[in-house]
Write a protein of this length. Structure first.
Length: 242
């Protein structure tokens, strides 16, 4: 059986966890939630909600994690969906294993990311939201594969989830399943131990939220971060799925 190992690269406070719910609800898909998070925190020692718990529950050795991500798929499923945060792929982590995965990039307007992020972690830098790292990974994947991987903008996606999922499944050579659009509310065993700090809205959800977005009113002291990451976001946005 041909196996699809699908790495979904996102920054924080995107629709990445809802997307993980969507894929897990297919029935033929195993998922893993931010597998490099424990290594990221053990290496950087950054103050994140539940940091010590995340490190204790996870695998801090990135080599063991990448072996897991490229090895047998849990439960013999046809698809192995890997929810990744781009900033977790630290510069010292080797990149050769990426060639064994299929990659998709999930982007969101950095201004909206920041407004959501600071509700759980008030201290934030450009590195924390992972936009520049996302472009670096995208360029690496394109260089080693010779192909432009799919890029999905969260704002576009939420206005037409089914259309985007159908298009993405077609690009990936798999069937779309209607179960990807709805799922039971509540936590999942597949959620990371950080879920109590970040996943309240996802636990209440039963599908993708409406695509109607309110205007962004970003405080002035975050403008420098937006200026630093906006060129990378614009580069990815220009090649998004339409």
């Amino acid at each position: 059986m041909s196996v699809l190992r699908l790495a979904m690269w996102s920054g924080p406070r995107n629709i990445s966890t809802a997307m993980m719910r969507s894929w897990e609800n297919r029935g033929d898909c195993a998922v893993v939630d931010e597998p490099l998070y424990a290594h990221y925190l053990s290496h950087t020692r950054l103050e994140h909600p539940g940091r010590d718990e995340v490190i204790a529950a996870g695998e801090p050795d990135w080599r063991k994690i990448t072996a897991l991500l490229t090895g047998p798929v849990p439960d013999g499923r046809a698809i192995f969906y890997q929810k990744h945060m781009t900033h977790h792929l630290l510069p010292h982590i080797e990149r050769d294993w990426l060639a064994r995965l299929t990659h998709v990039f999930l982007i969101r307007d950095p201004r909206r990311v920041l407004l959501s992020y600071v509700r759980s972690r008030p201290t934030v830098t450009a590195e924390d939201i992972g936009v520049n790292q996302q472009l670096e990974i995208f360029n690496h994947v394109r260089e080693v594969t010779g192909l432009t991987p799919p890029v999905i903008d969260a704002g576009d996606f939420l206005r037409a989830p089914e259309r985007h999922l159908r298009s993405l499944c077609e690009r990936l050579g798999i069937e779309f399943r209607p179960g990807m659009l709805r799922w039971p509310a509540g936590p999942r065993a597949s959620d990371g131990v950080w879920a109590p700090y970040w996943y309240d809205s996802v636990h209440r959800s039963t599908g993708f939220e409406s695509g109607v977005e309110s205007p962004v009113d970003l405080p002035d002291h975050y403008r420098g971060i937006v200026d630093e990451v906006m060129p990378a976001f614009d580069a990815l946005y220009a090649v998004r799925l339409r």
